[in-house]
Design a protein around this ligand. Structure first.
Ligand code: FES
Length: 64
């Protein structure tokens, strides 16, 4: 599981997620996840087509 930190800046909560090389996470975009900022599948209960966004850290061997 990646290291996640949260800080409030200018009245807004900001998350920083540190990924290991090759690690992938799915981030919530519906604001319904109990594991925010990560997706827990709750978007399936939300009307519309909202879905998580996947973020993957490249492995050193992936770099060009
Ligand atoms: Fe929010 Fe999946 S739970 S996008």
């Amino acid at each position: 599981m990646p290291n996640v930190t949260a800080e409030e800046r200018d009245g807004r909560l900001r998350h920083t997620i540190e990924l290991e090389p090759g690690e992938q996470v799915w981030l919530c975009r519906c604001w319904k996840s109990a594991k925010f900022p990560f997706c827990d599948g709750s978007h399936k209960q939300v009307e519309g087509k909202v879905a998580p966004v996947g973020v993957k850290a490249p492995k050193p061997s992936d770099e060009k």
